[in-house]
Ligand binder design. Structure first.
Ligand code: CA
Length: 238
C-alpha cells in the first residue's frame, strides 16, 4: 500500500510518465492512457524526465529505448540508483526486436518491455499487471531507518522496539521520508506527496507538522533524524 496510500488524495488515479522523443507516439500513448484513467506526464528527453520526476513521482514509467540525449537503459540504471526512484516500475518501449537488446534492457533494471509498434491493448494489460504486482509486493512492508521502524500494515511507529502513538499526518510524513531517506524535499514537494496534489494548504503547514514529528521523536533521541536543509527543505538523515 506504499504508493497507493500516498496517492489516495489523487482519487487513486495513477500517474504514468512517458519518456519518448517522437511526438506522434507520445500523443498516442497519452490518448490511450488518459482513456484508461491514468494521469499522464510526458518527457521528450532525459532532462525533461528528471524535471518531471522531481516535481511529481510517477507510479510507472514508459521508457523509450533511444532518446536524443541519452538511452533508455542508461536512464533506467540511473533511476535504480536513487532511493526516490528505485522502486518505480518501468516498461521499456523498443523498436528493437533483437533478443540480445531485450535482455540488455531488462538487465538495466526495466521490469518489462514492449516492442514498437505498440499494441495499446497489450500495453494497458502490462501496465495493469505491473502496478498490481508492485502494490501487492509493498503491502506488508516494514520500513526502518536508524532506530525507527514503521509498520505499514498496522500503521504503527516503533522506536527502539517501543511502540509510539503517532497522528495520521505525522505518520504519512514520516513514512514519506522513510521511503526516500537522505533525499531533500522542498515544502511544496512534501505538500504534493503527503497532502496530495490538489491541496490549497499553506507551506507553513509543513513546518508545523515537522515540529510535531520532531517533538514525538525527541523523548527517544530520534528528533535529529529529521534535518532542516537551509533554503531547500527537509530530509531524513542520520
Ligand atoms: Ca526514440
Amino acid at each position: 500500500m506504499t504508493q497507493k496510500a500516498l496517492s489516495s488524495n489523487r482519487l487513486a488515479q495513477k500517474i504514468v510518465l512517458c519518456v519518448e522523443d517522437e511526438a506522434p507516439i507520445r500523443d498516442m500513448l497519452r490518448f490511450s492512457l488518459e482513456r484508461e484513467n491514468y494521469i499522464v506526464q510526458d518527457a521528450e528527453n532525459a532532462q525533461q524526465m528528471s524535471q518531471s520526476i522531481s516535481q511529481q513521482r510517477p507510479d510507472l514509467i514508459l521508457m523509450d529505448w533511444m532518446l536524443p540525449d541519452s538511452s533508455g537503459p542508461q536512464l533506467i540504471k540511473q533511476l535504480r540508483k536513487d532511493s526516490y526512484t528505485r522502486d518505480i516500475p518501468i516498461i521499456m518501449l523498443t523498436a528493437k526486436s533483437d533478443e540480445q537488446e531485450m535482455i540488455k534492457g531488462l538487465d538495466s533494471g526495466a521490469d518489462d518491455y514492449i516492442s514498437k509498434p505498440v499494441s495499446l491493448k497489450s500495453l494497458n494489460a502490462r501496465i495493469k499487471a505491473l502496478l498490481r504486482r508492485t502494490e501487492a509486493f509493498s503491502d506488508d512492508e516494514l520500513l526502518s531507518y536508524a532506530n525507527i521502524s514503521l509498520n505499514l500494515a498496522s500503521q504503527t511507529l516503533s522506536i527502539n522496539n517501543e511502540q509510539i502513538p503517532i497522528a495520521a499526518t505525522e505518520l504519512k510524513l514520516l513514512k514519506f521520508f522513510m521511503l526516500y531517506p537522505e533525499r531533500v524535499f522542498s515544502r511544496s514537494q512534501l505538500l504534493d506527496h503527503v497532502w496530495g496534489q490538489n491541496n490549497f494548504i499553506d507551506e507553513r503547514t509543513v513546518d508545523v507538522h515537522i515540529l510535531r514529528l520532531r517533538k514525538l521523536l525527541k523523548p527517544n533521541a530520534a528528533d535529529h533524524l529529521i534535518k532542516t536543509v537551509r533554503g531547500s527543505g527537509y530530509k531524513l538523515a542520520n
